[in-house]
Design a protein around this ligand. Sequence first.
Ligand code: FES
Ligand code: FES
Length: 170
Amino acid sequence: MNQYPMTVSFTLNGEKRTFATAPGENLLDLLRRSGLRGTKFGCGQGTCGACTVLLDGRAVNACLLFVGQVEGREVCTIESVGSFDKSSEIQQELIDGSAVQCGYCIPGIVMSATALMKAETKYDDEIVREYMDGNICRCTGYEKIWGALRRVLDRREASLAKVEGSGSKS
Ligand code: FES
Ligand code: FES
């Protein structure tokens, strides 16, 4: 019997892809069995954030999404953000700030922060908490993660304000 009798097509990390799947398969399982293992399984119930990916630019829990729900849409995983060889700014700041212990939560945290940076231009503590609320870290106590996020977001906010300021003068 064919384990995966149907297909689903969506844009994955910028590429149009079609996958064989089964009714009821969730996106997290599909990604991981397809070799994209940066997205982690934690709780499987939408409470830990380890499986966070972007769906049409918004952070979602891949463990809660049936693959049928992503048909024709755009999914981005941690693999599109950075790698061991080429870390994104936020990944590098987390490393430099000693904010990574076991590292299991980090891909999800990076994806939620990426969603925040895509959607917003001002990063007060309240909005950062709102975006990061669903990501649990069991090792670090959050302080160093928070510090790393704040440094990246403060830099980004300052540079966006600069661009805005220079635009308004012309
Ligand atoms: S594995 Fe999806 S939220 Fe925990
Ligand atoms: S670093 Fe281990 S769960 Fe966050």
